[in-house]
Design a protein around this ligand. Structure first.
Ligand SMILES: C[S@@+](CC[C@H](N)C(=O)[O-])C[C@H]1O[C@@H](n2cnc3c(N)ncnc32)[C@H](O)[C@@H]1O
Length: 404
């Protein structure tokens, strides 16, 4: 698995080709729940093995559904994660928490029995609920949720059951099933909610069994990477932040969020506003932030001239990235490595070379740029059509920095 690296030039790597054993369908708990823009596990696995030691601490400040965290514990490292989306935090936790299998199986049986007789349940209120779910589906989802809540369960098992419920919500909704982003279908499927839940639960129990021999621990330490303060230090940071102007990540899990967190559009907006790529225009400042890096400031002002909102959004992205780099510099041990996976995109027909711009910001905040690895994206990570104005990401750029 070793590759010859010439530090000054980007090195092309086919991670999947190099580590075919990691491509196995349903490896460990990677697929217990869908999530947008997931990393392929090969990338964090490679970086963790190359730039950390057993028992070290690996941090992912945009951990999403926990791909890096899971790879870290599978490689006998400890893991720390930060994630704004509550659904991402929950999936990450469950994916990396070994459980006593007998207790999970017993709890699942109890839960299923309870659902069968459940006649007191509450359906959460949220916008367009009756469009997204048939009445029958709403009743059945609410029965499952109320039954889980009524059992006196250990928190880890409770979370496991909730993730199993969450992972069927999209499938049983009236949403177009091929899409990652909820969109009402003209021909919604007639789902059998209880069968789906049972099937998913059994699948997830089989997957969680694969964590039995894990000796290290993973922990979610916060919500917002921009403001995170951690007493614990990390030996290695591996992360893929939201792409500049990429899609609205949070929207993809909004139905799950409504059900699990009793959420609605208003509460959803409260956390989506803090998203690094400015998912909502209400979170975008009125003034441009200057990074004092000529190439970045020039890019921002030329976008601003074409379109104020795009200029301000791009400015906010770099401002937040700089803050995150400063935070990561504090959290990383001296000589620790920081790998950031980014994609280049287009805004208003202008190509944005994040692989060139991020190293400049990182050097400003005290990192030394070591090398760039490139992996070609063979399928669209987001799995959805994007607007032509912001589109087209072809390579994953793995930027490696060292703290000095
Ligand atoms: C590209 S995705 C990461 C996916 C992850 N690597 C995985 O495999 O599941 C980026 C993540 O950053 C999260 N995010 C956006 N703004 C954030 C912030 N300010 N703090 C922490 N997480 C944030 C998004 O919710 C999203 O889950």
């Amino acid at each position: 698995m070793s590759i010859l690296i010439q530090e000054s030039k980007p090195v092309s790597i086919d991670f999947k080709g190099m580590m075919p054993e990691l491509s196995k369908r349903h490896r460990a708990t990677h697929h217990i729940h869908k999530y947008p823009a997931k990393l392929i596990p090969h990338i964090p696995n490679y970086l963790i093995q190359k730039y950390s030691q057993e028992k070290d601490i690996v941090l992912d400040p945009f951990c999403g559904s926990g791909t890096t965290l899971l790879e870290a514990i599978l490689c006998n490292r400890n893991a720390l994660g930060v994630e704004l989306n509550p659904i991402g935090r929950l999936i990450s936790k469950v994916k990396t928490t070994p459980l006593d299998i007998e207790s999970v199986e017993a709890a699942s049986k109890k839960c299923y029995k309870k659902i069968k007789t459940c006649n007191k349940f509450t359906i959460p209120e949220f916008e367009n609920r009756d469009l997204w779910f048939t009445k029958k589906t709403q009743n059945n989802l609410a029965k499952i949720k109320s039954s889980i809540e009524s059992l006196d369960l250990d928190q880890d098992i409770f979370d496991f059951l909730m993730v199993s419920l969450s992972s069927i919500i999209y499938k049983v909704s009236n949403s177009e099933q091929r899409d990652l982003m909820p969109r009402l279908s003209k021909n919604p499927i007639q789902a059998n909610v209880l069968n789906e839940f049972l099937r998913q639960l059994n699948f997830n129990i089989e997957r969680i069994k694969t964590l039995q021999s894990i000796k290290t621990k993973s922990q979610i330490i916060g919500n917002d990477a921009v403001t995170i303060n951690s007493k614990r230090k990390a030996n290695l940071i591996v992360t893929s932040p939201p792409y500049l102007s990429a899609m609205a990540y949070f929207r993809t899990t909004k139905l799950e969020y409504y059900w699990l967190n009793n959420g609605n559009e208003k509460s959803y907006k409260n956390f989506a506003r803090k998203s690094i790529h400015g998912e909502l225009s209400s979170g975008i400042p009125k003034q441009i932030h200057h990074t004092e890096i000529e190439e970045i400031d020039h890019l921002i002002s030329s976008l601003y001239k074409k379109s104020k909102p795009y200029g301000l959004k791009t400015s906010l992205y770099f401002e937040q990235m700089e803050k995150i780099l400063e935070k990561m510099h504090k959290i990383l041990y001296d000589d620790g490595h920081f790998a950031m996976i980014v994609g280049n995109s287009k805004i208003l027909e202008k190509r944005i070379f994040l692989n060139r711009l991020i190293p400049k910001l990182a050097e400003k905040t005290g990192f030394e740029f070591k090398l760039e690895l490139r992996d070609r994206i063979k399928f669209h990570r987001l799995g959805i059509k994007r607007s032509n104005k912001t589109n087209r990401i072809y390579n994953e750029h793995i930027l490696l920095f060292k703290k000095y």
